[in-house]
Design a protein. Structure first.
Length: 382
């Protein structure tokens, strides 16, 4: 389930979470705004690449576009061997070298939307589709179109590994959602005709259940149609009570009135997991959207206003801190109309997306690099 698609359908009304939390339990961890610690660096995206900037509002103005068409960090994550992100319409962000490096690839990215990024045993892969509503002139009737693309960290190339033709889909079909599971993949097929739009659902399997990339030969043997219900059941969020303990501990002192969804990347998992921390009473209320990362060392969660919860064990290297010790801090406050998005951690640095957002459109976008070790040192002195 791509929560970004869901939350783009409602107005993004972001108010300071610090106020909300201050009205609750007095035991909430104290907040520190890291802009006061000078432990961060801003970057912005342009069609020419990634560039440093003093603040998001100082990035060059760009015309707002539907988020499917805009340059923005769509997804980011890591595995034991890879750490990267996909930038819509632009290329791959590689975070593994200790600094953010953008590899532009217009041949792959220029006319398509990047969706789910997952980490298989064969490397990171992502899927592509085209929003035909905004691309009536670009939509191709050719079947030979990349569907799944692998990023090879050694050659720094994006390599198509599966095409729409491999799935025997017509030229007017798009895979608008794809869900990797253990040993199988589920997908939504949107087929546009002159007078209607049809949706169908399919599944296909990999050679084995260890997160390998599906092959055309295997798809020919395993592809089958599934029901709408089966697809929707596969993308249902889990309750936060089912999350790993380290993630639950981040919110142990947070008031129950704080309701949210989390897109969580977890060590050893192929794809993100969605957690639901809402109640029936939350209907009509604002529900926060966040992203989280869980490893054997601890967990971190980041929300759209910059509120961050992190296990102390991820801030320090002396090994004395336990995962149940939690620090809460605020990323630098963004201008009105800007939000934080997905993130990844590489070494001592947290890289988080930011973007200028107006309902379903995106304007300027970029990254913030936050030195977690410096935050740990300075908070320790307070």
């Amino acid at each position: 389930m791509n929560l970004l698609k869901y939350f783009r359908t409602i107005a993004l009304v972001v108010f300071p979470m610090l106020f909300l939390l201050s009205c609750g339990d007095n035991s909430v961890p104290p907040m520190t705004e890291i802009s006061l610690l000078k432990a961060h660096q801003w970057y912005y995206f342009s069609p020419l690449g990634l560039f440093p900037v003093d603040a998001p509002q100082q990035a060059p103005e760009v015309a707002a576009k539907p988020w499917t068409e805009a340059i923005r960090l769509a997804n980011a994550g890591s595995s034991s061997t890879d750490n990267c992100g996909v930038v819509n319409r632009l290329g791959i962000m590689d975070f593994s070298s200790g600094k953010p490096t953008l590899y532009r690839d217009p041949a792959i990215f220029q006319h398509v939307t990047v969706d789910t990024l997952v980490f298989t045993k064969d490397g990171p892969i992502f899927n592509l589709y085209q929003n035909d509503y905004f691309n009536k002139q670009q939509t191709s009737e050719k079947k030979q179109r990349p569907l799944l693309v692998k990023y090879d960290k050694y050659s720094k190339l994006c390599i198509p590994v599966l095409t729409y033709e491999d799935l025997d889909l017509p030229g007017n079909a798009q895979i608008t959602s794809i869900i990797p599971q253990k040993g199988s993949w589920l997908a939504t097929v949107k087929t546009t005709h002159n007078d209607r739009v049809d949706f169908s659902y399919i599944s296909f399997s990999t050679v084995n259940e260890d997160g390998s990339i599906p092959t055309p030969a295997n798809i020919a043997l395993t592809k089958k149609e599934i029901s709408n219900t089966e697809f929707r059941n596969a993308q249902q969020p889990l309750k936060l009570s089912m999350a790993p303990e380290a993630l639950q501990l981040l919110f142990a002192q947070v008031p129950h009135t704080f309701e949210f969804y989390l897109t969580s990347k977890e060590e050893g998992q192929i794809a993100p997991v969605i957690y639901d921390n809402t109640s029936q009473q939350s209907l009509g209320q604002y529900i926060f959207q966040g992203y989280s990362y869980v490893s054997s060392k601890g967990a971190v969660a980041l929300f759209s206003d910059g509120t961050t919860y992190i296990s102390k064990s991820l801030l320090y290297t002396d090994g004395l801190q336990q995962a149940e010790e939690v620090i809460a801090f605020l990323l630098p406050k963004l201008p009105a109309g800007f939000i934080y998005g997905d993130f990844t951690i590489s070494g001592d640095t947290l890289y988080a997306a930011w973007e200028e957002s107006d309902f379903y459109k995106t304007g300027r976008s970029g990254l913030i690099a936050v030195n977690l070790r410096e935050i740990g040192k300075k908070l320790e002195k307070e």
